[in-house]
Design a protein. Sequence first.
Lengths: 259, 391
Amino acid sequence: MKIVVAIKQVPDTATQVKIGGDPKAIDTAGITWIVSPYDEFAIEEALRLKEKRGQGEVIAVSLGPDRVKEALRSALAMGCDRAIHLNDPAWANADTLATAQALAAVIKQEQPALVLCGRQAIDDDMGAVGAQLAEVLGWPCASWIMEEAVDADAKSVRVGRQVEGGLEVFDLPLPAVLSAQKGLNEPRYPTLKGIMGAKKKEIKDVKAGDLGLTPAAPQVAVKNLEALPARPPGRVIQGEIKDAVKELVRALREDAKAI
Amino acid sequence: MEKFRGVDYYGIETLLSEDERMIRDAVRDWVEAEFIPIVPEHHRAGTFPIALIPKLGELGVFGATLKGYGCAGLSSVAYGLIMQELERGDSGLRSCASVQSGLVMYPIYAYGSDAQKDRWLPVLATGETVGCFGLTEPDHGSDPGGMKTRAVKKGDAYVLNGTKLWITNGSIADVAVVWAKTEDGEIRGFLVEKGTPGFSTLDIHGKFSMRASITSELAFQDCRIPLDNLLPNVQGLRGPLGCLNQARYGIAWGAVGALMACYDWALQYAQQRVQFGKPIGSFQLVQQKLVWMLNEITKAQLLVLQLGRLKDAGTVRPQQVSLAKMNNVQAALDGARMARDILGAAGIVDEHPVIRHMLNLETVNTYEGTHDIHTLIVGRDVTGLDAFGAA
Ligand SMILES: Cc1cc2nc3c(=O)[nH]c(=O)nc-3n(C[C@H](O)[C@H](O)[C@H](O)COP(=O)(O)OP(=O)(O)OC[C@H]3O[C@@H](n4cnc5c(N)ncnc54)[C@H](O)[C@@H]3O)c2cc1C
Ligand SMILES: Cc1cc2nc3c(=O)[nH]c(=O)nc-3n(C[C@H](O)[C@H](O)[C@H](O)COP(=O)(O)OP(=O)(O)OC[C@H]3O[C@@H](n4cnc5c(N)ncnc54)[C@H](O)[C@@H]3O)c2cc1C
């Protein structure tokens, strides 16, 4: 069974994001980049599927600039067999739809039985690529899955989706696109041998032209980034406890409208 | 406090290869997730999280520089970075990996028979099997050449008699690499399996240092071990010293990790703690301490990196390892004491990792050759004159 995992490289969760000189983008100086955590669930699930079936191939795909190679290398270190890097300045301003179209084009070439991705990337939290990708491919899609079971002859997959207070169970014919929710599994650490082995695995560079694509102008473009307004300072209520409590209750009720 | 971010004032990062960085980050993440949350309780109880040993094996930490036998075959620099990250967690965690890799797997790999290698190396690499290294004795620490433990050949066995003290992982080890003198007075290495009649262990309690690590006494009383358990390919003090050279190299890196942990913590604390209406980080005396630590970290990082490159090139000399062990551990110990000072009273409780590192580093200063002994090794190297003072 061939599985494609679509991953995105994002700033580390501990990053204190600063708006760049160009207010349409963040300042990337000094940022540590990681594989988006939901994508790690997707990688882990793909590897488990391959291991359970005793055969298959897991291909990691990512769109982005040169630095994205490092994310793909991490996926290879975890155990993916090879990687494809959609690396072309033509995609520099790609919105989610352009990204989905690019991914769909490689996926059509690879013809996997299953595509896995994270439920959303933790940088811009759009959560759109998985569903758009399925739409472009014309494949069924289940988002935010908590469990999956591919049938013995890899014709269909049963998934559980998390919904308020329970699980929604679907059967999807394969090929299909699934997006991973936290709780699907516990991603493995790349082992040191895995990291050394990853050096020998292929990362294929693909340009838009190689896929016969000329990315259109993005339909969604960032106009401006703004920091949250600074938090107003706290207020210390002075005076006798008796009066202070009264004032506190009044302030909570009338000013803050909290009670 | 925020998650540990590493310390790299001189962009030393760029001197590392991509896989060296990935290896460091993988171990850093592992330590953060698996070890940091549980170390305070183990430190309090004076126990080591034994369940982590197979997990360290799975990660690929044990014998990481060896080739074959399921080992990762990493560069010495990558191995050093692993030691740095483990000791950022706790010196006890690094000790466990140092002993297993440098003091147990290395001598079997370098001095053992093929049968010994095939039997032990794969299971030591996975951490299914734990090893320990018995050199130090109650009356012979810095001077191991004077050891009293004896191995006398009687029929189809060597008979061991003697005591080894201060042995890391002694009581949990499945196999002990024990150094003893044979009848001809020559030091030889032996593999002693747990449960061999005449071999017993006792844990040392009351430690103020290296609390999250097991330290034991090994006693041999007419302990008969098969002739095949002799390490065939080394004789004399050069056997154990060869092992120590591996482990000391790892310690030189590890000390940097401990110091980085203390510095990162003290820096954040100094930025947040307000006295006299200002963060204490704004006072000159506090800045001086922080800058001293950063300076020492930067120098120590460059020292071990070049040492590692020499080791990978195969040109490193043991005296160069001595210099790095000596310098980096002293810097870490002094820096940890400064970090403890910056934390004020908060610095004496285990809610903050600093005093744990500080106390651990007292051991690190002493074991694998004390600071002063390494000074004498380098001193002899540069003057050509021996200052050990042997009669
Ligand atoms: C927690 C812990 C774990 C350990 N784990 C192991 C282990 O796994 N295996 C193992 O074999 N050992 C282990 N050791 C033992 C360690 O290697 C010894 O403690 C060390 O070699 C020092 O020996 P000693 O304690 O007998 O001190 P001594 O040799 O008695 O030294 C005492 C002092 O005298 C100084 N000194 C000694 N000789 C000279 C000289 N000629 N000139 C000037 N000064 C001198 C020393 O520098 C030191 O300051 C461990 C120790 C500790 C604390
Ligand atoms: C076991 C124990 C028992 C104690 N018992 C008592 C007790 O019985 N009664 C009691 O009242 N207190 C007691 N204390 C508290 C003790 O006196 C304080 O810890 C001490 O005054 C330091 O204050 P701090 O811990 O808040 O550190 P901080 O004042 O926060 O100092 C932190 C660091 O900043 C440095 N620093 C602070 N200000 C400056 C400056 N202006 N310039 C340069 N450096 C500066 C300090 O030197 C220190 O290195 C006890 C403390 C301990 C640990």
